[in-house]
Design a protein around this ligand. Structure first.
Ligand code: NAP
Length: 313
């Protein structure tokens, strides 16, 4: 890392500290490119908020999400990656080195690897924002403990809803999973675990239309999408797991993206801007697994290394 005025000049700048970012950093560090990782808001990314990860190879008993994140970080730093607790706000790709403005200053980067991941979607119903942290949550690992012996509702029918719902059964007296269809999207193992759990029950074909409560959540207004019937359901907690949106707003108009905001990459993780690579959930609407994000991060770093080598030939 060198300084150019107040800006720090790096060969490889990695945005994001999840599995994508630290895998990219590991590979770039081992190529002796001294990568700098800007952590973003959440060190370790979404994976670090997961209680147990059971499908990352090499951990037959599963591994804690936070623990895996620490291992990723430690391994990348062991080979020379540097972590900066900083958040990128703006990028300028009009010339190289690329300029990246952060909370604490400016970076000039010969190559950039975007591993900014994705954030949980909101239901966008009345009361949701006001009661976030007062009964409404998007993270069972973070907030499950607050619902000891309480009645909890989980919205969603995917892997996240079931996995997090199962986790909340450690604390809650009951977990009701409300899904807008009568068929779950989640994988078979999670489905059978949830369906057989004595504390979990399901409400099908139903959406939550409103939260009730001022100081804290007290109940939810529900609507059956098939019959139109409306009802009120008492609940102390509402955990929402209805998918994610990629954290790519910063790149709008600067990188080619899909309609849903995923950065378009080719099979070498190259974006439409030479020297800018993207990997993990910022660029992947299909797989969104820790192992696939880590793999994409590694691929992006290998390609960034080749890009820099080709330039210096
Ligand atoms: P997801 O698979 O996209 O599922 C989102 C769920 O929310 C769907 O059931 C969807 O209903 C429902 N939904 C979406 N918008 C809604 C709305 N406005 N109101 C009510 N319900 C709504 O998201 P995810 O569960 O977060 O999983 C994301 C990815 O991570 C997936 O690829 C998943 O396999 C992966 N993941 C894997 C694991 C694991 O392997 N253990 C754990 C967590 C996540 P519909 O089904 O009707 O569309």
């Amino acid at each position: 890392m060198s300084s150019n005025g107040n800006a720090k000049h790096v060969k490889v700048l990695v945005l994001g500290s999840g599995p994508t970012g630290y895998s990219a950093a590991l590979y770039a560090a081992r190529a002796e490119l001294s990568p700098v990782v800007l952590t973003g808001m959440q060190l370790g990314g979404q994976a670090a908020l997961t209680y147990t990860i059971e499908n990352y190879p090499g951990f037959p008993e599963g591994v804690g999400g936070a623990q895996l994140g620490e291992l990723f970080q430690k391994q990348a730093e062991h080979f020379g990656a540097v972590t900066e607790f900083d958040l990128a706000n703006e990028v300028d790709f009009s010339k190289r080195p690329f300029k990246v403005t952060t909370d604490s200053g400016e970076y000039l980067a010969d190559t950039l690897i975007v591993g900014t991941g994705a954030s949980p979607n909101h239901l966008e119903i009345p009361g949701e924002v006001e009661l976030t942290g007062r009964g409404v949550s998007y993270c069972a690992t973070c907030d499950g403990w607050f619902f000891k012996d309480k009645k909890v509702v989980v919205v969603g029918g995917g892997d996240s809803a079931l996995e997090e719902g199962l986790f909340i059964t450690r604390y809650a007296s009951s977990v009701t999973i409300i899904h807008r269809r009568d068929e779950l999207r989640a994988g078979a193992i999670l489905q059978s675990r949830a369906k057989n759990h004595p504390k979990i029950n399901f409400i099908w074909d139903t959406i939550v239309t409103e939260t009730i409560g001022t100081e804290k959540l007290e109940a939810l207004k529900l609507k059956n999408v098939k019959t139109g019937d409306e009802s009120t359901f008492e609940a102390d907690g509402l955990f929402i797991f209805i998918g994610h949106t990629p954290n790519t707003q910063m790149f709008e108009g600067k990188l080619d993206m899909s309609e849903l905001g995923y950065i378009k990459v080719n099979d070498k993780m190259e974006t439409n801007v030479p020297g800018v690579f993207a990997a993990g959930e910022a660029a992947d609407p299909h797989f969104r697994q820790v192992v696939t994000s880590a793999g994409m991060g590694a691929a992006a770093a290998i390609q960034a290394t080749r890009f820099l080598e080709a330039e210096s030939e």
